[in-house]
Design a protein around this ligand. Structure first.
Ligand code: 4NP
Length: 157
């Protein structure tokens, strides 16, 4: 079963939404995956997602209110098959944190969306609520790409 860890800065906006979108897409497509998220920073450790992130997920029928932020650890680099960064800064910090025995494959979230490879998911934290709709669309597109890669059977119920 593939395991995926999504990583942003605070683990309260982008990566919890990516976690929720992948879990939901995998469920709908009948694919078993292990999914988690974390932040490269620790300022929000133990906190639930930002209320605007909770709201956008809820508008799409997904409850993320029980998620709690945590900081990425060195053990994550051997525990997960894939560590997916939401932007270049977080990818750079992950490369710096990676232990010598790291086995996880590192990528950017939008590498999993055809035509958007190499692009960053903009941090919606500083903007207004509409930014979270953009984030939701991006993480949903990436979730589709990841599930395809992991062998989704193609049903869209
Ligand atoms: P995230 O957004 O990395 O998508 O969770 C942020 C949340 C909090 C902060 C920055 C980004 N912060 O500076 O506290």
């Amino acid at each position: 079963m593939p395991s995926i860890l999504f990583v942003c800065l605070g683990n309260i906006c982008r990566s919890p939404l990516a976690e929720a979108a992948l879990r939901e897409e995998a469920r709908r497509r009948g694919v078993d995956v292990v999914v988690d998220s974390a932040g490269t920073g620790d300022w929000h450790a133990g906190e639930p997602p930002d209320e605007r992130a909770i709201a956008v997920a809820a508008r799409h029928g997904v409850d993320i209110g029980a998620l709690r932020a945590r900081q990425v650890t060195r053990a994550d680099f051997t525990r997960f098959d894939h560590i997916v960064a939401l932007d270049h800064e977080n990818l750079k910090n992950l490369r710096r944190l990676a232990p010598a025995n790291a086995t996880a494959e590192l990528s950017l979230l939008l590498d999993h969306v055809p035509g958007r490879e190499g692009q960053a998911v903009t941090d919606p934290w500083f903007g207004d609520a509409s930014g979270f709709d953009v984030t939701w669309a991006e993480v949903t597109a990436a979730a589709r790409g990841l599930v395809e890669r992991f062998g989704g059977r193609g049903s869209r119920d």
